[in-house]
Design a protein around this ligand. Structure first.
Ligand code: PLP
Length: 486
């Protein structure tokens, strides 16, 4: 017997590996009615197509081969891992990760209403329905149905934007970064744009105003200082090549103390005097309209209508930040300026698709109908403190009753998110959870890996659940996630 073992450990460990076919049979057995069990996650795993299953087996075999080389595994170690179920468990784990990838519904327990990594604004159900209908079938997109003439896909949107903001016209592109780029390129491509040193913003990722200007072929002329810039600084810099006087909202930071920024109304006047376009990248796009409760929670964030009223030629903002619609970049302003944007061939590369357009129209119509308070992101920002406290108390009691967990409700603050209103903290009640045998990090990791994925905050080595951004049904999904772990 000992000689058999001897022979096995001297045998080539690579030959002890299962073949791809054997691996496939093992994985198929595990996925089709195997230990993954019932539920959504198992159904998704069972739906992994044959070719991908083979790819997963090959990947695991490759990883196994590398381990043999690196850790000096013998043939008997390999056999033990295969017969002991380690290999099958590794295959199942690869299948679980594969089935869990992609854009899918998640529970946002971070309290951040406009969480860029979690898809920003959840749209109103009526907007979602219009998006579904547009996606699923044909729709009236670039055609006036009454005259059968071709028109602009965002013609209706432009009308809605005018009604809401007081601007003469509007245009929609893929996102606000695209809107800012289009603005810079149209008015200052091959020429100069003047911008304040205090507003050379980085939005996140790689969107930095100076870099975008450079890529738009714009010669950027910085004026003023980090903390103080006046309209007269812009005026002094105006020359024969100036195409744009630009203001950029410092969405995700504030300069406080001895500060001054150029008055947009003065920039608008300067522009008119010198025949230069004035533009304002507002970013978050706060819309206020009669019949809808104002978003006072976000403090001094500029209202789009007020920005337009300064006389500035064009104002750009996002569709999926404070506006609460699908991802988009919107530009409103003077007819002639909007026409120039539309005439730029780059507009074609940035324009919005039918699905987002349908959702945006629906969102703007809700605002015009006096139903803006129903828009989910607004409703979440307005959530009354007692309601949040009740939700937190319910969640804390349910989690505290689970074996291995303790939970308590604690006063906390939520941030609006998406780089809007960086100095604003909304009072909330959160649930602080600690799990025996779980660090906060490991608990957060397990919650993210569960079905549905749950996203939380971590603070002072505890998991914090903020109920603010929980949507209908999410409280139950959140508790089910904890039950699954317990
Ligand atoms: C958020 C923001 C952008 C980018 O908007 P996206 O919709 O994310 O592309 C651009 N400019 C400002 C000032 C912003 O706040």
């Amino acid at each position: 017997m000992s000689s058999g073992k001897q022979a096995s450990s001297e045998a080539n460990p690579f030959r002890a590996l299962p073949s791809v076919d054997e691996g496939r049979r093992l994985l198929d057995g595990l996925l089709d009615g195997g230990p993954a069990g019932p539920g959504e996650a198992a159904a998704r795993m069972a739906a992994i197509p044959a070719a991908v299953r083979t790819e997963l087996v090959q990947q695991e075999l490759d990883a196994f081969r590398r381990r043999i080389g690196k850790d000096g595994l013998g043939a008997d170690d390999v056999e033990a891992e295969v017969s002991g179920g380690g290999f099958g468990a590794a295959l199942l784990e690869r299948a679980r990760v594969e089935a869990g990838r992609g854009v899918r519904s998640a529970v946002n327990a971070t309290g951040v209403v406009l969480h860029t990594n979690l898809g920003r604004a959840p749209v109103h159900p009526e907007a979602a329905e219009r998006m579904r209908a547009a996606a699923e079938g044909y729709c009236v997109l670039e055609m006036d149905r009454y005259s059968a003439r071709r028109n602009e896909r965002d013609a209706r949107l432009g009308v809605l934007l005018s009604r809401l903001t007081g601007a003469e016209a509007g245009i929609a592109v893929n996102n606000c970064a695209g809107a800012a780029f289009l603005m810079m390129q149209t008015f200052a491509g091959g020429r100069e744009a003047i911008v304040s040193r205090g507003e050379l913003v980085e939005i996140g990722g790689s969107f930095r105003v100076p870099d975008v200007m450079a890529r738009a072929g714009v010669d950027m002329v910085e004026v003023g200082t980090t903390n103080r810039t006046r309209a007269v600084d812009y005026e002094r810099a105006i020359g024969p090549d100036t195409g744009l006087l630009m203001k950029v909202h410092t969405s995700n930071y504030r300069v406080v103390g001895f500060t001054e920024e150029a008055d947009p109304a003065e920039l608008a006047c300067l522009g008119k005097e010198h025949g230069v376009t004035s533009g304002w990248d507002l970013g978050s796009g706060r819309i206020e309209v009669e019949g809808t409760r104002p978003l006072e929670e976000v403090g001094d964030e500029t209202v789009v209508r007020d920005a337009v009223a300064t006389g500035i030629d064009v104002v750009a903002f996002s569709g999926d930040k404070l506006l609460g619609g699908p991802q988009a970049g919107l530009i409103v302003g003077r007819q002639e300026s909007i026409r120039a944007l539309r005439g730029n061939p780059i507009y074609r590369a940035l324009r919005l698709d039918k699905v987002a357009l349908a959702g945006l129209e629906a969102t703007l119509e809700l605002l015009l109908a006096g139903r803006g308070s129903e828009i989910p992101s607004r409703r979440l920002m307005h959530r009354p403190e007692p309601e949040l406290a009740e939700s937190a108390a319910r969640i804390a009691a349910a989690i505290d009753a689970l074996p291995g967990f303790s939970a308590e409700a604690v006063p906390e603050k939520s941030q609006p998110g998406s780089g809007s209103a960086p100095t604003i903290f909304l009072p909330t009640t959160a649930v602080r959870v600690s799990g025996q045998g779980h660090s906060a990090e490991s608990l957060a990791t397990r919650l993210r890996a569960g079905e549905p994925p749950v996203f939380v905050r971590i603070h002072e080595d505890a998991v914090l659940l903020d109920p603010r951004a929980l949507l209908p049904g999410d409280e139950a999904r959140l508790l089910a996630a904890f039950e699954a772990i317990a």
